[in-house]
Design a protein around this ligand. Structure first.
Ligand code: SF4
Length: 79
C-alpha cells in the first residue's frame, strides 16, 4: 500500500501560488488559474496522487492559506 495520498480541493483554491513556490516539483498553476498537482488524477472537482514519500507536499499543505491541500498517511488525514 502506498504510504501517502495528497489531495487538493480545487474549488477552494485562491490562486496564491504559495504551494508552487514551496514545492515546485509537484505543484504548478493550471490554465484555469487554480493549482494543479502534477501527475495526479481528477476525482470530481479534486485531484489526488499517491506516493511513497510526501516530501515538500507537507510544506505545501501547511502554507496553503485556505487549507485546500490535504495529506493522508496510511489512510489517516495528517493535514
Ligand atoms: S497554496 Fe492553496 S490557495 Fe494557494 S495556489 Fe496553492 S492550493 Fe491554491
Amino acid at each position: 500500500m502506498t504510504r501517502f495520498k495528497i489531495e487538493i480541493e480545487r474549488p477552494l483554491c485562491i490562486s496564491c501560488e504559495s504551494c508552487v513556490n514551496v514545492c515546485p516539483g509537484f505543484w504548478e498553476m493550471a490554465e484555469d488559474g487554480f493549482s494543479h498537482l502534477k501527475g495526479s488524477k481528477r476525482v470530481g472537482d479534486n485531484e489526488e496522487r499517491e506516493m511513497d514519500d510526501a516530501g515538500c507536499n507537507i510544506d505545501a499543505a501547511e502554507i496553503c492559506p485556505v487549507i485546500c491541500i490535504h495529506v493522508y498517511e496510511n489512510g489517516k488525514k495528517i493535514i
